[in-house]
Design a protein around this ligand. Structure first.
Ligand SMILES: Cc1cc2nc3c(=O)[nH]c(=O)nc-3n(C[C@H](O)[C@H](O)[C@H](O)COP(=O)(O)OP(=O)(O)OC[C@H]3O[C@@H](n4cnc5c(N)ncnc54)[C@H](O)[C@@H]3O)c2cc1C
Length: 328
């Protein structure tokens, strides 16, 4: 940062790019010549449209609410996600003992909440413990609501002349694998490495390599994210039943081996099972719109002495409960 000339960074300025990919940026009516334009202007990227690379965005069919409790370490001590019909609820304990939660629901786009917590409570309040308690421990100002969109298709190229797309502008995906921001960071790291030491004469080569490296990787994650969202959000009773049956077919033994517990060798299946914990706590069983299946998502290292079968089970892609999915 100390190498930048004063005024190089302009906050709150709206920039636009040249349609032909020329290395200029327009800010507040002024034209600024540059060596390279990096457009990281998000899912509704104006640069992507101006460069003729936009193939549209698509509503994924569900809305997400995200919140963080004030202090609630005792409410949830493990990460996990519960799948219902057209609805999901995820819990992620934070290092400072607060809990981050997310909830999704099949909803028409463009909705708003008069009382955001009342909305989430009406949708998930009758789900298993500790969901109700987490909602009660969350102040309304700590809740975000977003309709989930992704790109209809990735651009045919991430590069246009001396312009390059980065992050959601290039490959906005649904958050179902928790990879959107991560991929933006990978883009930036890749571009920085390719540009290191590259002269302006060699920019084209570097940009072409960036496109070749980044497009296949992000396309694959964009597809997998969409698929994961569709499976997780299955709303039709027959689809949800099939999904749940398929997931149960991944026997608890395999699941237990696939997600070794981080400490003490205690496996997720012993703690986070497909059985609602609230029933063992003497609470009434789940009813109505209640969740059908609980997917344990426990980050952890392989435990010592683990079998090779277990290791290969862990490597095997498991679309609906990949260990990459602690996200949102
Ligand atoms: C509900 C939800 C949960 C998510 N969970 C995760 C997760 O767990 N893990 C993960 O990795 N990702 C997650 N994501 C995705 C992640 O938020 C995005 O992938 C990431 O923010 C993309 O970063 P970006 O910089 O490319 O775009 P953005 O964050 O959209 O930033 C683009 C910026 O460009 C600015 N801008 C736009 N146009 C102009 C212009 N013309 N001139 C100047 N500035 C402009 C905008 O104001 C904005 O500040 C989630 C997304 C959602 C909606």
């Amino acid at each position: 940062m100390q190498h930048l000339r004063p005024g190089t960074i302009r906050l709150s300025a709206v920039a636009s790019v040249a349609a032909d990919g020329a290395p200029v940026v327009h800010v507040d009516g002024e034209e600024h010549p540059v060596d390279l334009v990096i457009a990281a202007d998000g899912i509704r990227s104006d640069a992507r449209a101006r460069w003729g690379l936009d193939r549209g965005i698509r509503y994924a069919g569900y809305t997400a609410w995200r919140g963080i409790t004030t202090t609630a370490g005792h409410l949830a001590d493990e990460a996990g996600e519960t799948w219902g019909r057209g609805a999901r609820f995820g819990i992620v304990p934070l290092p400072d003992d607060r809990v981050y939660w997310f909830a999704t629901h099949q909803t028409p786009p463009g909705g708003t909440d008069d009382d955001v917590l009342a909305t989430v409570h009406s949708l998930f309040g009758n789900w298993h413990a500790p969901i109700g308690a987490l909602l009660a421990a969350t102040p309304p100002e700590a809740v975000l609501r977003h309709d989930i969109h992704d790109l209809v298709a990735l651009p045919a190229s991430f590069v246009h002349g001396r312009g390059v797309l980065l992050g959601d502008a290039a490959h906005a995906m649904t958050p179902d694998l928790g990879q959107g921001a991560g991929q933006a960071i990978e883009d930036a790291a890749t571009l920085a490495l390719l540009l290191r030491g590259a002269s302006t004469q060699h920019l084209e080569d570097a940009l072409s390599q960036y496109d070749q490296l980044r497009r296949p990787r992000t396309r694959s994650l964009w597809r997998q994210s969409r698929l994961t969202g569709r499976i997780g959000q299955a709303a039709h009773p027959a689809c949800a039943t099939l999904r749940d049956a398929a997931l149960r077919a991944v026997t608890s033994a395999v699941a237990a081996e696939a997600w070794p517990a981080p400490n003490g060798g205690r496996r997720p299946s012993q703690k986070a099972s497909t059985v609602d914990r609230s029933s063992s706590a003497g609470r009434p069983p789940m009813t109505g719109r209640s969740p059908r299946l609980r997917v344990p998502v426990t980050p952890g290292r392989p435990v010592a002495g683990q079998s090779s079968a277990a290791r290969s089970a862990r490597r095997r892609p498991c679309t609906w409960a990949s260990r990459e999915r602690i996200s949102w």
